[in-house]
Structure formats: C-alpha cells, structure tokens
Design a protein. Structure first.
Length: 169
C-alpha cells in the first residue's frame, strides 16, 4: 500500500493546538480545500500556508485539533498542502474528521522528538516515521484496515458512494 507512504519536510507545532488556531472561525463560511488552505494557522503564523510545500508533513505534540468539532480544520490542513499529520495525540473528533475527509493522521508518542525541518518518510500502514537524514525511526500506531479503506477512497463520503454503487450492481 504505497499510497499510504509520504515523504516531505516536517513543519512543527506544539501541544494543544486547537481548531480555532488551525482555522479561525471567521472562515467557516468557506468549504473547499482551495478556499480554506490559505487560512491555515493564519492568526498564529501569518503567511505560513503560502510557505507550505505540497507534500509537507505536519508534526505536532499532544492533543492536536482540540476544541470545537468543526471538520473545516482538517480540510484547511489538507488544503494548505500537507500530505499527513503526525502527532503525539489527537483530539478524537479531529482524528475522525481527518480520516473522514481523507487526511492521513498518525499517532506517534515521540513526535516532538523529531527534529524540525527534517525530511521524513511516513508509513501509515506500518506506523513508522523515518528521519531520512539521520535514519532514526519513530514508532506509531498503524492505521487500521477500515481507516485505510476510507482514506483510499478519498474520504468517508466517497467510500460510502463506492459501497452503494457496488450494492446497486
């Protein structure tokens, strides 16, 4: 399942990054990745979204995505160009919303030990993050088969559409 392996430079955030920081509430009237992505972390780090290289890896500490349950936050993360998110832990709602919109997320307890601006390879099937510069590996929790099915479909809605289509045949 190579489609669940990502290579990119890491961009780091700390603990308790809430959904209001990820995407300020004033943008909730927007809905697409293209509309939301430019506003990623706008209040904490103006202009950051424009600097995210496509395929970058977001690395964070504990409780990433805490706060409100809005699914706009993971859409903004994806829309800003991140391939996936690696964090020590996630808010349960953010984690599920991310999977539902097709954004891979991986729990790695030692995520904040990964050096900033490292070239990483993330294998969501094995649950391994490898620092390509040092060779050090960080072990996480692999994504389950059902989550991988949803992600491979592009999100929950696309997954359900495929299932309904196969039932209708």
């Amino acid at each position: 399942m190579d489609s669940f392996c990502f290579t990119g430079k890491s961009i780091h955030f700390g603990n308790d990054v809430d959904t209001d920081a990820i995407l300020p509430a004033r943008y909730l009237s927007l809905s697409t990745q293209e509309e939301l992505g430019p506003h990623f972390m706008e209040d904490l780090s103006p202009g950051l979204a424009a600097q995210v290289a496509p395929g970058s890896i977001l690395v964070a500490g504990e409780n990433f995505g805490c706060g409100s349950s809005r699914e706009h936050a993971p859409v903004a993360v994806r829309g800003s160009g991140f391939a996936c998110v690696v964090a020590a832990s996630f808010s349960r709602l953010f984690y599920r919303n991310a999977i539902n919109i097709g954004l891979p997320v991986l729990v790695v307890k030692d995520a904040l030990q990964i050096p900033e601006d490292s070239l990483l390879t993330v294998d969501c099937v094995k649950g391994i993050v490898r620092d390509m510069e040092t060779g050090k590996e960080y072990i996480g929790t692999p994504l389950t088969g059902f989550m991988l099915e949803i992600l491979s479909s592009g999100g929950l809605i696309a997954h359900l559409e495929k299932r309904l289509e196969s039932v209708g045949k």
